[in-house]
Design a protein around this ligand. Structure first.
Ligand code: GDP
Ligand code: CA
Length: 301
């Protein structure tokens, strides 16, 4: 069964490792690059790394970063006149060094990602949504636009946001293999990621939007349990952008793209016209839970 998964970081990554564990599934994960940034002169790609680390079983305790990482470099760096608010662990830094070095030699982001995945023993195809620059920016209530990492990491996603845009997306092409993976997929899954901040930047790339819109079987998995995000601001962002509370807001945020939608039993009374709703335990935090969900999802379709 060919399956393509659109993913941000932690939520999408957790579903990816569930699907990857099923022998009958041939999985391609198409990952948001709107959070990418230049930090300490390095090309940082947080969602790609979260997906690869999670598939490798090497993710950190919060779901991102690397397990048992240390902060030796950051500690030393803090002695210099530089802002170290964006902390990157030593192992994680090595990934970013490798990526930056390869990109500077002219490799594309897809090829670099493949090398990182294979270096970590990951066989699943992990594809950047685009190799060109797409940068998520958010508009704060005071009217100013700021970059995603400033909003999310430096300011701790506490601000209410009025709007979101994806600079460069309209000029960007889909990354190598992305359109092929979507077109070949028997099932196209939109993972339990933050809809406006993690999935919209993927859908903002015109040829990705076209391929997704043309797909006959698009399946969503909710990032909400009990109406709330398990981590991060998805519920608050949906509300502040004017969408309905709860899962209806998620479906609205995908504007008619979803045919099927999976929600947690605790939200079973949510009503969503226009999609086929499936109710299944959506806690994907362990490998076992994610694999169980992936199996139930495929059985239900
Ligand atoms: P980020 O880049 O790490 O912020 O990544 P995502 O957008 O992929 O993930 C954030 C979303 O994942 C949040 O809205 C969470 O609610 C959701 N999430 C994280 N873990 C789980 C889980 O185990 N189950 C479900 N259903 N959603 C999850
Ligand atoms: Ca992210």
């Amino acid at each position: 069964m060919r399956t393509a998964l659109l993913s941000g970081g932690v939520g999408g990554a957790r579903l990816a490792r569930g699907l990857a564990a099923l022998p009958e599934v041939d999985l391609s994960v198409i990952v948001n690059v709107g959070d990418d940034a230049e930090i300490y002169g390095l090309y940082v790609s947080p969602d790609l790394d979260t997906v690869v680390y999670t598939l490798a079983g090497a993710q950190g305790p919060q779901g991102w970063g690397v397990a048992e990482d240390t902060l030796t470099v950051m500690g030393w760096l803090a002695g210099f006149p530089i802002d170290t608010d964006f902390a990157i662990g030593d192992r994680d830094l090595a990934t970013n060094l490798f990526r930056t070095e390869r990109l500077s030699r002219g490799w594309g982001l897809a090829m670099v990602t493949e090398a990182i995945a294979s270096g970590l023993g990951v066989a699943t195809q992990v594809l950047p949504a685009s190799e060109q620059k797409v940068r998520t920016q958010v508009k704060l209530a005071d009217g100013g636009w700021i970059g995603f990492q400033e909003y999310f990491v430096t300011r701790g996603h506490r601000d209410d946001i009025e709007d979101v845009r994806f600079a460069g997306a309209d000029q960007a092409d889909a990354g190598p293999g992305v359109i092929e993976a979507i077109e070949a997929a028997d099932i196209l899954v939109i993972g339990p990621s933050n809809p406006p901040l993690s999935i919209w930047p993927v859908l903002a790339i015109p040829d990705v939007a076209r391929a997704v819109g043309a797909h006959g079987r698009t399946v969503g998995v909710s990032p909400l349990i009990g109406g709330k995000a398990l981590k991060g601001p998805a519920d608050r962002v949906l509300r502040s952008l004017g969408f309905a509370e709860g899962n209806l807001g998620v479906v609205e945020a995908y504007g008619g793209l979803l045919h099927d939608f999976f929600i947690d039993p605790i939200d079973a009374s949510d009503e969503m016209p226009g999609v086929k709703v499936h109710v299944t335990d959506l806690d994907l935090q362990t490998q076992e839970a994610a694999t169980r969900f992936a199996r139930q999802m495929l059985e239900a379709l």
